[in-house]
Design a protein around this ligand. Structure first.
Ligand SMILES: [Zn+2]
Length: 372
C-alpha cells in the first residue's frame, strides 16, 4: 500500500469495519484543496493506541510521578491526543497546553514543576531560544525528559536541546496511518528506535525498485499493522528513509530497532548527481552552533542550467561573519562533495516560526527566480 491508496479511497473506502463502529478520526492537515490523509479508530484501536503511547513514555523513563506538558495541539494532529491518552494510561499528570505561547509554556514549566514534555523538535529549539532571551536557566526548571518527533531532526539538535533545557531528549516515530505516535520510540540507551514488534511488522525496501533490503541496509520503511481494526495498513510505504536491525538492546528489549529517520524519500534531492537530504546540511549548521543560531533556510534553485543549493544562516552576536561563512562552506563541501552557497545574515534577521518550521524549499521547477 502507499499514500495514494489512502487518497484514492478518500474518505471511507479503506474502512474494514462498519462506519458506526468508528469512534474517532484524525487527519494530517494537508494543504488547502487537497485531500488529507485520515486515520480512523475503533474503540479497540483507541485503547491500543493509548497503550502504545503509554509504553513510549515508560520506555523513556517516565512514571506516574512525572508531570507531563503536551505542547502539540489536541486537534486533528495525532500527537496531541496520542500522548494525552498515553500519559493518562501511565498515570502521570497531564497538562494539555497545546502549541505556541512559548513564554507562558515556560511559566507553566516552573509553576507546575513540569518534568517531561512532548514537542516537535523545532519547538524544542524555540523553547531554548526563549529561555536564552528571557535569561531562564535550566536549573530554574525541573525538566528531565523530552519526547520529540513528527519532524526530522539531527543529532546536533538533540545535543542543543539537552544542554540548554537540562533534559534527555528522545526520538519517536509514527504516522497518522499507523495510529499516530506510538509505533516506536528510543529507550534510555538513545541508540535507535524500538519498534513495538508485537503490533507492527517493519521492512525496508529500495525506494526505486521496491526490492526488499537486508537488515543493516538503508532504504524506505514499509510497515504492516498487526492489530489495527478500522483501517489496517499492509506493507505500507512510509516514505521515510531508515535502516532496520534485529539486535538485542542493552535495555533488554528485543525485536526490531530502526535508526533515526534519515529523511523523507520526497525530501531527498538529487543535485548534480549527489543525493542530498536536508538533515545532512542541518547537521553541519548545528555542528557550528558556536557561530550560528538554529534558524536557517535551505533553497534548491537553478543558476543557468545548474542545480544549486543556497543555505541562509544567521550568526550569533559578536561573530565574524566572514570566517564563520568560510568554515560552514568548507564543512558543507566535505559533507556533500558539492559547492554550496552560504549567505550569512545578522543575528535575529531570519524569520522566526512557531509550529512546524519551513526550513527548505525547492524552487528548481519554478519560473520565479530565487535572488538570494
Ligand atoms: Zn533499548
Amino acid at each position: 500500500m502507499e499514500k495514494q491508496d489512502f487518497l484514492d479511497s478518500f474518505p471511507f473506502q479503506l474502512l474494514c469495519i462498519p462506519n458506526e463502529d468508528i469512534v474517532r478520526m484524525h487527519a494530517t492537515s494537508g494543504t488547502s484543496g487537497h485531500r488529507p490523509t485520515c486515520g480512523f479508530y475503533s474503540q479497540k484501536d483507541l485503547d491500543d493506541w493509548s497503550y502504545l503511547c503509554a509504553r513510549n513514555l515508560g520506555a523513556i523513563g517516565m512514571t506516574k510521578k512525572d508531570v507531563f506538558q503536551n505542547t502539540t495541539s489536541s486537534g486533528l494532529f495525532t500527537g496531541g491526543f496520542g500522548y494525552a491518552q498515553g500519559c493518562t494510561v501511565l498515570g502521570a499528570m497531564l497538562i494539555p497546553f497545546g502549541p505556541g505561547l512559548t513564554s507562558r509554556q515556560l511559566e507553566f514549566f516552573k509553576i507546575f514543576k513540569v518534568t517531561a514534555f512532548h514537542a516537535i523538535p523545532s519547538f524544542g529549539l524555540r523553547i531554548a531560544q526563549v529561555m536564552e532571551e528571557e535569561d531562564i536557566k535550566k536549573d530554574d526548571l525541573y525538566l528531565k525528559f523530552a519526547i520529540l518527533g513528527a519532524e526530522g531532526w539531527a543529532e546536533s539538535t538533540r545535543k542543543t536541546i539537552e544542554e540548554r533545557l537540562g533534559v534527555k531528549a528522545y526520538d519517536n516515530w509514527g504516522m497518522t496511518e499507523a495510529y499516530g505516535p506510538g509505533p516506536s520510540v528510543e529507550c534510555q540507551e538513545q541508540n535507535g528506535l524500538h519498534i513495538w514488534s508485537d503490533y507492527f511488522f517493519p521492512e525496508v525496501i529500495d525506494p526505486k525498485t521496491g526490492d526488499f533490503l537486508s537488515y543493516g541496509e538503508t532504504g524506505e520503511l514499509v510497515i504492516t499493522s498487526l492489530y489495527k481494526e478500522a483501517a489496517p495498513i499492509f506493507r505500507y510505504r512510509t516514505g521515510d528513509i531508515t535502516t532496520l536491525y534485529t539486535s538485542e538492546c542493552p535495555c533488554g528489549r528485543t525485536g526490531f530497532i530502526m535508526d533515526r529517520i534519515k529523511g523523507r524519500q520526497d525530501d531527498m534531492k538529487i543535485i548534480r548527481g549527489v543525493n542530498i537530504y536536508p538533515s545532512l546540511i542541518e547537521e553541519e549548521i548545528f555542528n557550528l552552533s558556536k557561530f550560528f543560531t538554529d534558524i536557517y533556510l535551505i533553497t534548491y534553485h537553478t543558476v543557468g542550467v545548474m542545480d544549486t543549493i543556497t543555505v541562509k544562516v544567521e550568526t550569533r552576536p559578536r561573530i565574524d561573519k566572514n570566517s564563520a561563512k568560510k568554515k560552514l562552506q568548507r564543512n558543507l563541501r566535505e559533507a556533500t562533495m558539492l559547492g554550496i552557497n552560504v549567505i550569512v545574515s545578522d543575528p535575529g534577521t531570519l524569520p522566526r516560526q512557531e509550529g512546524k518550521a519551513i526550513r527548505y524549499q525547492d524552487l528548481r521547477d519554478r519560473k520565479d527566480k530565487f535572488n538570494g
